[in-house]
Ligand binder design. Structure first.
Ligand SMILES: [Zn+2]
Length: 132
């Protein structure tokens, strides 16, 4: 009769997931330069170097430090070292994306070649420039 009560109390014990939200981007090197202003809004970050508050996330902060013109103003207090560090991190991020695309393309090419070998010996490779 009272067995249902046991089940519900066990379920209420599982409340250890609260901290995951704050750790979301903690492995990003950008946090070396930023402080979370509002724990309920992870995109609101204050620059440690100049005190400017940005509301567009850690990647925007890295652009701010790296002096990348366009969407954000440059940090007036960033040293050459800071700029180089953030630039490298941003470039690293976009390089990873390109590598993924390149890998996917290579796999697709391999697959087409194997399929062609099964039938005719004439393998046509499309999407390539003239071979000299
Ligand atoms: Zn700054």
């Amino acid at each position: 009769m009272s067995q249902t009560q046991n089940v519900s109390s066990a379920a209420s014990n599982a409340t250890t997931d609260n901290s995951t939200a704050l750790k979301r981007a903690s492995n990003d090197m950008g946090w070396e330069y930023g402080i979370l202003v509002d724990p309920t809004n992870l995109d609101k970050i204050q620059c440690k170097l100049c005190g400017k508050i940005m509301s567009s996330g850690i990647s925007r902060l890295k652009k701010h430090i790296a002096q990348i013109k366009g969407s954000v103003s440059s940090c007036p207090n960033a040293s050459k070292e800071d700029i180089a560090k953030c630039k490298a991190a941003i470039e690293e991020g976009s390089k990873k994306k390109k590598d993924k695309l390149q890998a996917a393309k290579e796999i697709r090419e391999e697959v087409t070649i194997i399929e062609e070998e099964d039938g005719d010996e004439e393998v046509e490779i499309v999407e390539r420039g003239p071979i000299l």
